[in-house]
Design a protein around this ligand. Structure first.
Ligand code: GDP
Length: 328
């Protein structure tokens, strides 16, 4: 179809010319569930892939109210002032539940959202965490092809989304409030384990409390196995509101990158992430094929019934279903 060809070519050249409208349209195409759109999106993505991969990918997480959007606004503008181009994407599977997105309300990043050197995209709404994550990953590649050299992927801790964001970014930043020790104890250890940087925000409100939290977190981090053996996670206080500590964050991220690059860990991490992603796609496709398989569908309900009433074991049932799948 010549129309489709020219549409893809138009989007492709628009993205490469750093046209934000073409980028937004391309991401919309990626997010479409329509099989025809999906085929086109794949073609577009493949053609842009050689231009992707050259950005610094930063994951940011923190509970609602921790100050993520205030930080990203400040940090993003500071990076733009240094000549960078900044794209902000979000992973928020709960956006399908409340109909909005953590980034849906653009006023959250008032200046950044209108800046010509920035691109802000809310989380794709609907679907499983896996689906949202995979579309976000692809959107990241498009942003890179459009010349954005710093990508920020934001998530608020819902349904394992931190792990997903950590698995697609180079550096992972956890934003924390100067909570009491008890709350610190309650903080999910799993999230702390993923962090390369922990920032205790709102230090302008109560410096003493912020420094106490900083020490407590440093103590906790000390006993955790760092995600990246070449890097000891760092913690310090910041104020996203006043901008205090924002420059330090960037300079430490650059040190982090240098440290990993000089030990060959940077590329290795990205290669491992690409492989993990490949396996995720395979797993999801197999899962979908299994569930849409006619032979499986015909017997699934009755086999499941037999398992739940104890007539057959889960193992026997699973083997039976897999045999049906294989033989179809
Ligand atoms: P998010 O839900 O994590 O995105 O948090 P927001 O960035 O929306 O911040 C929640 C509230 O905290 C807003 O009213 C911000 O103005 C405020 N806030 C964020 N960072 C700071 C800070 O460093 N100091 C102070 N005093 N307030 C802050």
């Amino acid at each position: 179809m010549p129309g489709a060809e020219s549409m893809i070519e138009e989007l492709r050249s628009g993205v490469l010319a750093r046209d934000r409208r073409a980028l937004a349209k391309s991401i919309t195409l990626l997010e479409s569930q329509h099989p025809d759109h999906q085929a086109k999106a794949r073609e577009l993505l493949d053609s842009l892939l050689p231009h992707a991969g050259r950005s610094l990918r930063i994951g940011v997480t923190g509970n609602p109210g921790a100050g993520k959007s205030t930080l990203i606004e400040r940090f993003g503008l500071a990076l733009i002032a240094r000549g960078h181009r900044v794209a902000v994407l979000a992973i928020d599977p709960s956006s399908s539940l409340h109909g909005g997105s953590i980034l849906g309300d653009k006023t959250r990043m008032e200046q950044l959202s209108v800046h010509p050197a920035a691109f802000i995209r809310p989380s794709p709404s609907g679907g499983s965490l896996g689906g949202v994550a995979s579309r976000t990953r692809e959107a990241m590649l498009l942003c890179e092809a459009a010349g954005f050299d710093v990508l920020i992927v934001e998530t608020m801790g819902v349904g394992q989304s931190e792990g997903v964001v950590a698995s697609m970014t180079d550096v992972f930043v956890l934003l924390h409030l100067p909570n009491s020790g008890d709350e610190l104890q309650a903080m999910k250890k799993g999230v702390l384990e993923l962090a390369d940087f922990v920032l205790v925000n709102k230090s302008d409100l109560d410096r003493v409390a912020a420094e106490r939290a900083e020490r407590q977190i440093a103590d906790t981090l000390h006993f955790l196995q760092p995600v990246e053996p070449a890097w000891r996670p760092e913690v310090y206080t910041i104020s996203a509101l006043t901008g205090d500590g924002i420059d330090k964050l960037w300079s430490r991220i650059l040190v982090y990158r240098e440290t990993l690059q000089s030990t060959g860990k940077w590329d290795k991490k990205r290669r491992n992430q690409a492989l993990t992603w490949m396996w995720q796609i395979v797993d999801e496709a197999l899962h979908a094929r299994f569930h849409s398989n006619a032979a499986v569908q015909a017997q699934l309900a009755s086999i499941a019934e037999h398992v739940s009433n104890g007539a057959i074991s889960a193992h026997v049932a699973a083997t039976r279903l897999l045999t049906l799948f294989d033989s179809d």
